[in-house]
Design a protein around this ligand. Sequence first.
Ligand code: NAD
Length: 289
Amino acid sequence: MGALEGKVAVITGAGRGIGREHALLFAAEGAAVVVNDLGGDNAGEGADVGPAQEVVNEITAAGGKAAANTANIATWDGAKDLVDQAVSEFGKLDIVINNAGILRDGFIAGLEESQWDAVIAVHLKGHFNLLRHAAAYWKDQSKAGNQPNAAVVNTASASGVTVPNAGQANYGAAKAGIAALTLVAADELERYGVRVNAIAPMARTRLTLATPGMGAIFAAEVPEGEFDAFSPANISPLVAYLASDKCPITGKVFAVQGEAISELAGWHDVKTIETEGPWLIDDIAARLP
Ligand SMILES: NC(=O)c1ccc[n+]([C@@H]2O[C@H](COP(=O)([O-])OP(=O)(O)OC[C@H]3O[C@@H](n4cnc5c(N)ncnc54)[C@H](O)[C@@H]3O)[C@@H](O)[C@H]2O)c1
């Protein structure tokens, strides 16, 4: 029996790259999958039903269950439609994989308002939109006496969580926000039987192939028969595990790439200075650096 037998999952940005691999593995492990993808370009421009439908065709040809959805996850109503479609087509919703993403890199001094807004909208607001509507569904289920056994996996990034990547102020801020959102959501949704975790993946996709300095590393030929460390398929087993009933974990962020999975931890005290009564600026200046 597959690890996700009988589960219903929605996966955003599942028409290409890492999300496509999640969809294929989830279906092979027995889940019915709503494959969401707007089908736009790397910057999020345009729309095309093709990528989502092709993944659905691949899954159904292999005997799995899937349905396509082309909602723009950056919109409140698009995220609501995605939750509603899972429930109307497959009867329920057990798993949310927030994965859709775009890039609009640029250095801060020249970054356009539209670059900032689009990246925050797809990543940070997009994650929240789907989480919000799925959480409302799970809360209703819980109140009606059907306590859910559900899971959310969000997609953060090393950029923003473990490294400050110059040129990605918008993307890094969104991804750090997603890590923080994950911890708050894990805390809030536990009462409804929902676990919430995040990954920070690294793999060869059109996003990384377009990233300055990364393309050549990711595109390097892998000799036949050798392990392909940058295959996006390497990311999905962790996500399937986190989404499955085998997993007790909640409120964690994991880096995943090739043959390695690392548990990450965030902000913590590294030094404390104390005073008696109000601070003096010179006292801080003498003791804080
Ligand atoms: N590839 C990496 O190494 C890497 C590293 C860190 C984080 N990530 C994250 O992994 C996720 C997947 O990225 P990928 O590398 O597979 O890229 P990708 O471009 O191959 O796939 C992303 C998919 O998201 C879809 N999408 C974009 N905006 C959307 C929207 N508003 N609504 C619905 N779908 C939308 C795109 O059409 C695309 O098919 C992203 O969140 C990305 O930031 C990737």
